[in-house]
Ligand binder design. Structure first.
Ligand code: CP3
Length: 343
């Protein structure tokens, strides 16, 4: 059977709205906690058998229409030795943050097979087991740069913006290197068997449209331009990006991710025709009693009104406090009620 996920990404005919969840691997699944072990998530990602099993768990449990590779956006920069780890409960932390031109020397190009062969082994193991597409991914230049510059998750992105505005040339060189790293990583994942990719610019919503367009868009466009040659659909995602959706579409993706703050019907008006949308159930809404969750799912479907270019997802990732049983019910409801009209 052709994949409804790939069909929706390309706006081609299919019967039912496809659904998957960002960060579906891990987080709330007890079978994840059982296999994940202690220590850094980077250790689990280094073990292809473990990472492959974690990638497959949500597909079995939820019956979603796509798998997402179990990895992390900091894997490439960690693999070239920048000195990054992921602290449980915190997120990426950097030993010596990026602060001057000398730090560019710490960012050599990625050699995907040599540096991240374990990721590609995971991809190859998983695609042999899957009957739905595997989504590969990378962190977008801005979001990865924000971790390298801040050294840890930030609320204000003060250091990032200070460098962006104070030394735009150095900032541009940093994002250019990260763009090629993302494109090299995605290319290797697709060559190993991934059927689509997502570029996570999770924190781009911290920027004004003018700053996004001037300092970030050219570099994200580099990623989509290079990955466009791969012949698989690309998704461009960020949080709090209602005012950036048009610019994010201009980077060249097939699909733009939308969070719950922007109705899909409004998002449609902000991206060119022919671009599909992904979203946009509020993950926190899944903590409500089922009848309320059900109403929220139906509201997302109604707002999309059967448009063929829709991939159902959360507006951001699964959080650890979500009940896997509820996500299972969400998938069943989308598959039962998500009718698609002809393109
Ligand atoms: O579905 C999946 O989980 C696929 C694999 C995946 C992970 N991270 C595994 C992970 C993906 C696609 C990511 C992407 C990622 N990593 C993003 C972009 C997506 C988004 O949510 O916006 C970002 C910003 C990161 C950086 C990162 N890694 C953060 C902020 C955290 C959270 C820290 C925490 O413990 O709450 C991580 C850790 C992480 N990456 C976990 C998982 C399953 C959870 C913690 C763990 O098991 O160690």
């Amino acid at each position: 059977m052709p994949s409804p996920f790939l069909a929706a990404a390309r706006g081609e005919p299919h019967d039912t709205v496809p659904v998957w969840f960002m960060r579906q691997a891990g987080r709330s699944l007890p079978e994840y906690r059982a296999i994940r072990g202690e220590g850094s998530i980077l250790d689990a990602i280094h073990q292809p058998e473990v990472a492959a099993e974690i990638t497959l768990q949500p597909v079995r449990r939820y019956g979603v229409d796509a798998a997402i590779l179990f990895s992390d956006i900091v894997v490439p920069v960690a693999a070239i030795g920048f000195g990054v780890d992921v602290a449980p409960g915190t997120g990426p932390v950097v030993e010596t943050p990026f602060s001057s031109a000398a730090d560019l020397d710490r960012l050599r190009p990625l050699e995907p097979e040599a540096d991240t062969g374990y990721v590609l082994d995971t991809v190859r193991a998983v695609v042999g087991e899957l009957d739905v597409p595997l989504i590969g991914f990378a962190g977008a230049p801005f979001t990865v740069a924000s971790y390298l510059i801040e050294g840890r998750p930030s609320r204000t992105y003060g250091k990032t913006k200070a460098l962006m505005l104070g030394d735009p040339v150095l900032f541009g060189e940093l994002l250019d290197r990260l763009a090629h790293m993302a494109a090299d990583s995605i290319t290797s994942q697709v060559q190993a068997g991934a059927s689509a990719f997502q570029l996570f610019d999770s924190w781009a919503g911290a920027l004004s449209p003018a700053h996004y367009e001037r300092f970030v868009l050219p570099h994200s466009r580099t990623v989509f331009e290079r990955c466009g040659e791969l012949g698989v659909p690309g998704i461009h995602f960020g949080v709090n990006t209602g005012e950036l959706l048009g610019s994010m579409a201009a980077a060249g993706p097939d699909v733009v991710g939308v969070d719950w703050r922007t109705p899909l019907s409004m998002a449609r008006g902000r991206v060119p025709e022919g671009i599909a949308l992904q979203g946009n159930l509020d993950p926190a809404a899944c903590l409500a009693p089922w009848p309320a969750v059900e109403a929220e799912v139906r509201a997302v479907l109604a707002d999309n009104a059967g448009h063929p270019g829709h991939i159902f997802n959360l507006g951001h990732g699964v959080t650890p406090d979500l009940d896997p049983g509820v996500l299972e019910q969400v998938v069943d409801l989308v598959h039962a009620e998500g009718e698609v009209r002809s393109p």
